[in-house]
Design a protein around this ligand. Structure first.
Ligand SMILES: [Zn+2]
Length: 104
């Protein structure tokens, strides 16, 4: 049973939404939808998805080139946002595995 991929997907989606809202004035524009689909593809294909490692520390580093750039930009922005909004940062925290709805 692997609880990590749904959590990572949830977090990724939150981060992309946040990034898009603040940069593109949209809930989720077409370009960010593409980015999100790209990231989900990586998460689904991850060789270490049972480990639950954060992507930037993964030894496999399946994100490369433009994909890596996009992922780092979005994650970096989410990090910055949480530092600026510590009161709301909790909403961006990952849930504990087991508390997540893993239905497809
Ligand atoms: Zn966008």
């Amino acid at each position: 049973m692997n609880d990590y991929t749904p959590i990572k997907k949830m977090m990724t989606e939150k981060m992309v939404h946040l990034y898009c809202q603040d940069h593109h004035d949209d809930a989720l524009c077409a370009s960010c939808q593409d980015d999100l689909a790209m990231m989900f593809k990586h998460l689904d294909a991850c060789r270490f998805k049972d480990k639950g490692w954060p992507c930037p520390t993964c030894p496999d580093r399946c994100f490369t080139g433009k994909d890596l750039e996009t992922m780092m930009t979005v994650m970096g922005y989410a990090q910055e946002w949480m530092e600026k909004h510590p009161d709301q940062a909790e909403s961006m925290m990952p849930p504990t595995p087991g508390q997540v709805d893993t239905r497809p």
